[in-house]
Design a protein around this ligand. Structure first.
Ligand code: GDP
Ligand code: ZN
Length: 457
């Protein structure tokens, strides 16, 4: 019931908590403008989508603050309803008072995400667009923000529209055949049904493949830095962090006793894990460090193996075993100390597919190449990088996956299966695509999505 459109007017502070230069209270709903007029007697309600100056008054007529007010008339607003944005000086006291005053005049405090939910319910955004609004606000790198902005513009919905049209056309043809066919005469030969389904599938396959890129952009790449003590792990870690540290809301510090930092390389979020040295030892403290390294390697998507290029090192079977089947980037550090190139004799790892990167944490040489190589690993993990519509969460992927599987079932069964049966799968496919964009989505799923928003959005 919470998702049904009602005629209430909602209100919330739209700016972050705390003091600021400006604070904004937003109203949405049929009484938004009337409520604003109660508090801003000088408001000119015929002025739409243009900022105007007005004075905020309390019940007794006393001036509380100056305000810049913008009115948006339904349907030309974020929610599709009448919307009023009241910008005051960013005093938490004034903003709190303003919300309470709006509630006093009949508004209801908005639930988290309720403005966007209303926009969705009024058809201003599809469900993937609404998710993108949240992703944009939560973005921790500019790359994430740009991806979300693209999706907010309806890129996924636009991508599946032709697929849905083709699917609906096929369903309509088959339905017509069932209703009107004389005797057992099928209107569409099986080969043509197969061909029409086969023509629909690639678009969904491409969309599904985009998820690898979407997940990388969303979750980033976890990179464990490992190597012998003194190889230069911490120095390289610091070099990368100094240049690329991402502004994150997550508490910085240690993950499972491993030092971790979030950085952003060309918009791709990367979490670096600096582990303690990797060497079998009798020393108890160091033994614990080794255990931590093993865990970090297990947790990571890829491993930076740091070797001291100035000191020959032997093969390390235990390390090789640990790194088997993991994406490993070998880094030969301390190249500033090289008088002759002995890095070729570095045999710590028997074979990695990639060429080693040569760096000096001391001089900074090779750090740019290292960043490039990290990006290449990241892209390798998402080799089918699509520049178009990109699925960014599991809900979206699951829906497209289901749509594709139902199509494939119908195609393989087309020959020899009654059309009534094929239609079940085709409808299932269509339903999955409708859930993707939110045309038909269960209330509890909607509640879950919108409750993950902040209040005021
Ligand atoms: P970790 O034990 O692998 O974390 O190694 P550290 O980063 O703590 O470095 C060990 C020592 O090697 C320190 O004295 C660093 O200053 C030094 N070091 C690290 N990288 C380089 C480098 O590229 N060149 C030189 N000359 N010294 C380095
Ligand atoms: Zn270290």
């Amino acid at each position: 019931a919470a998702n049904l459109l009602d005629d209430t007017t909602i209100v919330a502070i739209a700016t972050p908590p705390g003091r600021g230069g400006i604070g904004i209270v937003r109203l949405s709903g049929p009484s938004a403008i009337a409520i604003a007029q109660e508090l801003l007697p000088s408001l000119k309600t015929e002025t739409r989508r243009t900022a105007q100056y007005a004075i905020l008054h309390d019940e007794a007529g006393a001036r509380v603050d100056d305000a810049i007010v913008t009115l948006f008339q339904s349907p030309h607003s974020y929610t599709g309803e009448d919307v009023v944005e009241i910008a005051t000086h960013g005093s938490p006291i004034v903003l709190d008072w303003l919300v309470r005053a709006c509630v006093h005049h009949g508004a209801q405090p908005a639930r988290p995400g309720e403005f966007t939910e209303r926009a969705f319910l009024r058809g201003r955004l599809d469900l993937t667009g609404a998710e993108a609004v949240r992703d944009l606000i939560d973005a921790q790198t500019l790359g994430q923000a740009k991806l979300a902005a693209q999706q907010m513009g309806g890129s996924i919905a636009a991508e599946v529209r032709p697929t849905k049209e083709a699917l609906v056309a096929l369903i309509a043809t088959l339905e017509a055949g069932i209703d009107f066919a004389e005797d057992d005469l099928d209107t569409l030969p099986a080969a043509e049904i197969e061909a029409r389904i086969a023509a629909i599938e690639p678009a969904l396959q491409a969309l599904l493949a985009s998820f690898a890129h979407g997940r990388l952009m969303r979750e980033g790449l976890r990179l464990a830095i490992v190597g012998r003590p003194n190889a230069g792990k911490s120095s390289l870690f610091n070099r990368l962090v100094q240049q690329d540290r991402a502004i994150v809301t997550a508490t910085p510090g240690t993950t499972r006793d491993v030092i971790s930092e979030h950085i952003s390389i060309n918009g791709v979020p990367v979490e670096l894990l600096d582990t303690a040295g990797l060497r079998e030892t009798d020393d108890e403290a160091e033994r614990q460090g080794v255990a931590r390294s093993r865990r970090a390697i297990a947790d990571a998507d890829a491993v930076l193996l740091i070797l001291d290029a100035s000191t020959p090192t032997e093969k390390d079977p235990a390390l090789n075993e640990l790194l088997r089947d993991r994406p490993v980037l070998e880094v030969h550090n301390k190249i500033d100390l090289l008088t002759r190139d002995i890095s070729a004799s570095n045999e710590a790892v028997a074979h990695t597919q990639r060429l080693p990167v040569r760096t000096s944490a001391t001089t900074g040489e090779g750090i740019a190449r290292l960043r490039e190589a990290i990006l290449t690993i990241a892209r390798g993990e998402a080799s089918t990088h699509s520049s178009g519509a990109t699925l960014t969460n599991l809900r979206q992927r699951e829906a497209v996956d289901r749509a594709l599987q139902a199509l494939q079932r119908a195609r393989t069964a087309a020959n020899g299966t009654p059309h009534e049966m094929l239609l079940l799968d085709l409808y299932e496919s269509l339903r999955a695509l409708d859930e993707l964009t939110g045309q038909t989505t269960a209330d509890d799923v909607l509640n879950l999505i919108f409750s993950s928003f902040c209040i005021g959005k």
